[in-house]
Design a binder for this molecule. Structure first.
Ligand code: ATP
Ligand code: MG
Length: 285
């Protein structure tokens, strides 16, 4: 029987969320022995624990069939892989930053400057598109200290909160790309493995949908039901149940997390009371 080989980061900013995603999909991965290869107990997958930089290459060469990695790494490595899904975690951006007291008027600042980065390909493309002639100093890590020790005039690195930049006396001035964790796949996955992959993607989307939606219950006078149904379309349409008290009913539906507060205000105006909002564990459309 076929086994789908999945590469995830061994330890770092992607590893915990990647493991959690599999757990929520009902796939148990335990590697008590510290092994780099783990077979899931209850689903035909094998997890390879690797450095994130190597994942696009391993997926291209089919050492792994699929992988979870940052979009920034996929774009930098330029490997021939399919991008299947954005996973909604490890959000960050690739940005240029300069010493905080330097004046900045635009990208021409970087003309004839030395910029330290672990992303020479993406930075090179950015400078080329703006006809900026700058020197790129490639470093494999701790890029943010380069200006402080006189190794470079500026840096190009991954930023999320920006606190590392502030600690190192730097100021973010341009964003080159936005990124989040993505699922990549080899371009020639066989029929059997494709079936396993489809099952896995189905489960992942159910988890993602659940995260992005809430279950909502409320009471309303019957006269308000028409208006409330317009505010709460739900997956098909809301469930309406009569209450013991005459002239009142209970409505059940699903709302999107990002529209949630706006909907609540509209519902209260329409006459809804006793509103309960409950997290959804899995949601299959
Ligand atoms: P490895 O040892 O596996 O090579 P690493 O040090 O290269 O690890 P991490 O720092 O764990 O990598 O980051 C992995 C990915 O997490 C990044 O490529 C990026 O997509 C994402 N990420 C999200 N937020 C941040 C952040 N604040 N700093 C760095 N990476 C971040
Ligand atoms: Mg790395």
């Amino acid at each position: 029987m076929s086994i789908l080989k999945i590469a995830i980061q061994k330890s770092g900013r992607l590893s915990e969320s990647s493991r959690k995603l599999f757990e929520e999909c009902g796939i148990k991965i335990t590697n008590g022995s510290g092994s780099l290869k783990v077979i899931a107990g209850n689903f035909p997958v094998e997890i390879l624990l690797l450095r994130d930089d190597d994942i696009p290459q391993y997926v291209e060469q089919q050492v792994a069939d699929i992988g979870i990695v940052g979009e920034n790494t996929v774009c930098e490595k330029k490997k021939d892989v399919d991008l299947l899904d954005q996973l909604g975690f490890a959000g960050c951006r690739l940005s240029l930053a300069i010493p905080k007291d330097e004046a900045y008027t635009g990208p021409e600042f970087f003309m004839n400057k030395k910029v330290a980065t672990s992303y020479p390909v993406l930075l090179g493309e950015y400078f080329a598109s703006g006809n900026i002639n700058a020197e790129i100093e490639e470093l494999s890590g701790s890029v943010e200290i380069a200006p402080g020790i006189g190794l470079a005039d500026a840096i190009c690195d991954i930023v999320s909160s920006g606190s590392t930049l502030i600690t190192n006396g730097l100021r973010e001035v341009e964003t080159i790309m936005k990124s989040q964790a993505v699922m990549i796949a080899n371009r020639n996955i066989s029929g059997d493995k494709k079936k396993i992959l489809e099952k896995l993607l189905f489960r992942m989307r159910a988890v993602r949908n659940a995260r992005e939606n809430k279950y909502i219950l409320l009471n309303a006078p019957e006269v308000a039901v028409k208006d409330i149904c317009r505010i709460l379309p739900g997956m098909k349409s809301p469930t309406i149940l009569p209450l013991a008290e005459k002239g009142w009913c209970s409505l059940h539906s699903v709302v999107k997390e990002d529209e949630f507060w706006e909907r609540i205000d509209q519902l209260r105006e329409a006459g809804a009371e006793g509103i309960l909002v409950i997290p959804i564990e899995k949601m299959i459309l």
